[in-house]
Design a protein around this ligand. Sequence first.
Ligand code: ARG
Length: 459
Amino acid sequence: MSKLWGGRFTKKTDQLVEEYTASILFDKELAEEDIQGSLAHVTMLGTCGILPLEDVDKIKNGLLKVQSKIRQGDIEFTVGDEDIHMNIEKALIEEVGPVGGKLHTGRSRNDQVATDMHLYLRKRVVEFVGLLNKLQEALLGQASQNLDTIVPGYTHLQRAQPILFAHHLMAYVSMFQRDIERLQDSYKRINVLPLGAGALAGTTFPIDRHFVAQQLGFDGVYENSLDAVSDRDFIIEFLSNASMIMMHLSRLSEEMILWSSTEFRFVELDDAFCTGSSIMPQKKNPDVPELVRGKTGRVYGNLFGLLTVLKSLPLAYNKDMQEDKEGMFDTVRTLQGALQLYAPMVSTMKVNKERMRQAVNQDFSNATDIADYLVNKGLPFRQAHEVIGKTVLYCIQNGKFLLDLKIEEYHQFSDLFESDIYAVLQPEQVVNARNVYGGTATGQVSAAISRAEAVKQQT
Ligand code: ARG
């Protein structure tokens, strides 16, 4: 059979042009969505009296046959038929004869492809919310087990103030919660039906767009037919949400990599998530977080790729828009890979509580607390800061930490120091003193865990 649009042409398409313009090699991934959309469309053509019901039945049965053949790998897609839409239509006509040619009544590939993309991303959003929930559960599990684990907190990657390791992990739970909410919000814009827009202007047939929307579970239909076929905002929005998720994962990855280095030794990743070196027998490399960090680049690239494809593009459909697919599929696969690995990697991670504690005991991350101590004794904060700065310098010069200093040594810097200073400097005390909502005190973090768990129960 020749081209579905061959009538106007007198010459065969150049072979290279065929290959260059075809999208079947990647849009075959939309086969299920394409058939789902066609089934709803043809049902509507029947109920609106546009096609006789016996034709509708033949087409529906044919589509279901094509569907099962595709699932079994029994249909060979061809570049000559350009894309998934025409490959399926061709297969349908082969299956049921010329009546199959009635399927495309009142429809264009422009509103068809947009519909497929909406159906496809709708599923992915639900899937990614589920995967993010799993990752949050893994983080919550580790947080609950580390409510007594104190670790240095950093700013500028310099020791700043001690915090609970649980508190650190809960920061990521909050970040992934925002990602979940962004995805859920985007669903409103994804779950809108473009079909019925025709090529760009609507259709002369008395179709019922709302019926199709209802059949396919869409919350509504596009207001404007030009916008319906030209809009790729929902894909850009998805790529942007995916970029944000990858950005969060890349930050966690960077920390995992640092924490599992010999210099930190704060955590050990399970063997199942690491690989070895072909030459250095001692190596255990954190390949998974490294690759997640690295693959963040391609996800950003896909976002910028599509933003640039759409830039200055006149309305309505342009072939340029076919370029929306490969980047989207690549981002979906990249995100799936990262999220599927992350939850088990987090829950199997071993936390080296002793090593973290040792780190806290050997730093000056309690310095803010003795400054606050002097403030409580009446010294203005600026002066207290200066006094403690000098005290820390003295410690560094003498190879000591704040808890090692005798009260006489403290008195060289201020008369306000009393023996209660030693209790103030204990890491537990330093942590628990930060008893504000959202702070690192044990009670606050355990309340934060309960709140996050309650949110998970609701979803
Ligand atoms: N393969 C095309 C795409 O992905 C489908 C729409 C083609 N429409 C057209 N008028 N050529 O964008």
